[in-house]
Design a protein around this ligand. Structure first.
Ligand code: NAI
Length: 248
């Protein structure tokens, strides 16, 4: 039987990159997935390519949009077994030169977005004894120059994961996080020029030296699939590092 047979799944930020790979792999493994993104065009395209069960878009910074999208997904799926909080943004800036507006924005997407989506999904996950996979980052475990506010948001995602896992254990809901190193997506493409300017080292060399190769979105989807599956029934409150040894 496929690993995620019959699981009803909602993935934020799944119009592109890692979220799209998660939606695709989960679908291949037997799940019924509702795709969601800020960008309605990419969500529509992603859902068509993947053969997703539906689309329910939201901007994760807007709580009423999140509640409406989760309700729409639940209606399309007939319930909810898995929430994947993947939507996220990056900012590259020396920490103390970053504008306060930009600092607030990255927290609104990466932290508040994760929080409000977990809240909206929880009543449904209580019914199904489901689980949550939050996409954090290796930046949530160790500090990185130029990624100060991003590191802080991703550390916050790990802490939200831990506390929610403990608080919801009695309700039968598992909550885990995934902490990838640099992966081959548009987000990393956007970071390359600033990293190369700061280090004077070609980004490809930096990646080869620190983590062997770039991660693929599928590398991350594999770990997310395990955590979402019943094979991980005793795994909760964890954050899984997958970074080619970057942080070893
Ligand atoms: P990406 O930029 O390629 O894709 C992100 C998707 O999220 C886009 O489709 C975008 O439209 C959507 N999105 C952005 N803001 C949103 C909002 N407010 N509401 C709803 N959707 C929104 O990024 P990527 O690389 O696929 O990243 C996905 C997640 O993985 C993020 O949380 C990121 O922080 C995390 N991550 C990425 C790594 C990488 O190396 N690419 C490494 C570690 C973690």
């Amino acid at each position: 039987m496929p690993e995620l047979d019959g699981k009803r799944v909602f993935v934020t930020g799944s119009g592109a990159g890692i979220g799209k790979a998660i939606a695709a792999l989960f679908t291949q493994r037997g799940a019924r997935v509702v795709v969601s993104d800020l960008n309605a065009d990419s969500a529509k395209q992603s859902a068509a390519e993947i053969g997703a069960a539906g689309v329910a878009n939201c901007d994760v910074t807007d709580e009423s949009q999140v509640q409406a999208a989760v309700a729409q997904a639940v209606e399309q799926l007939g319930g909810l077994d898995v929430l994947v909080n993947n939507a996220g943004i990056e900012v590259s800036s020396p920490l103390l030169q970053q504008s306060t507006e930009s600092f607030d924005k990255i927290f609104a997407v990466n932290v508040r977005g994760t929080f409000v989506t977990m809240k909206a999904a929880t009543p449904h996950l209580m019914e199904s004894k489901g689980n949550i996979v939050n996409i954090s980052s290796i930046a949530g475990v160790g500090g990185s120059p130029l990624l100060g506010s991003y590191c802080a948001t991703k550390a916050a995602v790990i802490q939200l994961t831990r506390v929610a896992a403990v608080e919801m254990r009695a309700a039968g809901i598992r909550v885990n996080a995934v902490c990838p190193g640099f992966a081959d997506t548009a987000m990393v493409d956007r970071l390359v020029p600033d990293f190369e300017a700061a280090t004077q080292v070609p980004f490809a060399d930096l990646v080869a030296q620190k983590q062997g190769r770039l991660g693929t979105p599928e590398d991350i989807a594999e770990v997310a699939a395990f955590l979402a599956s019943d094979r991980a029934s005793w795994v909760t409150g964890s954050h899984y590092v997958l970074d080619g040894g970057l942080s070893a």
